[in-house]
Design a protein around this ligand. Sequence first.
Ligand SMILES: Nc1ncnc2c1ncn2[C@@H]1O[C@H](COP(=O)(O)OP(=O)(O)OP(=O)(O)O)[C@@H](O)[C@H]1O
Length: 247
Amino acid sequence: MIALEFSNVGVNYGPVQALEQASFRLEAGVLCGLIGVNGSGKSTLFKAAMGVEPLSCGSITVLGQSPERARQSGLVSYMPQSERVDWTFPVSVREVVAMGRYRGLGITRRLRAQDRAEVDVALERVGLAQLGKRQIGELSGGQKKRVFMARALAQKAQLFLLDEPFAGVDTASEALLIEVLKELRDDGATVLLATHGVEGLGAYADRAILLKNRVLLHDSPQLVLRPENLALAFGMDSAVHERGERS
Ligand SMILES: Nc1ncnc2c1ncn2[C@@H]1O[C@H](COP(=O)(O)OP(=O)(O)OP(=O)(O)O)[C@@H](O)[C@H]1O
């Protein structure tokens, strides 16, 4: 089954062409890295996949449906970049994770026993069972990402879109997030995660997409991470840097 397909997708912000003829296809049960410099269109690609950014051309299919329908049915979960979240919003860790269950509830949003159990399981899985009552703004960078991960787990999504999940995150949180993502993948879910840190990607990702407003490459991480290929997206400096690091 195809989890996510972009066909010749274009997205413009006025004169800026954020995505141009972007095409790729992700099989279900794959963990894929989305690599590109700032401004290469990674966040735009996620927003388009969520059906919240109009396309100037092309089409997108998410789990066999339109992006809007897939989002509304809760099949897709999105973890935004930390700096795009208002952390002063007065809400507890548990309340954020419970948002993953709202879709199945009526307008009262009263959690059923089953919903509370799913929230408990998700908090436990990311190691935050003891911090449920904390205000979200009090947490460290890594803990905040864990909360978003728990919300996605509680939602029971099938496609996980993560924008820079490891930015500003301690190594223990990063290792835990990778472990959870691998388990989700092994259970048949699909993960697309944007990163400009490419170190380590080869160890956990099955695929990698190199983005520079267009899809330059979509292949195994080993091939995409070759210095001559990274140079296409990052410039020659990074190729030299990578080569230096590896030798
Ligand atoms: N709302 C907007 N209005 C105008 N231009 C935008 C808007 N959002 C993004 N852009 C521009 O579109 C291009 C792609 O941006 P996008 O945020 O998708 O890239 P990115 O790879 O996610 O970068 P970053 O990691 O910095 O978020 C950039 O040139 C950016 O300046």
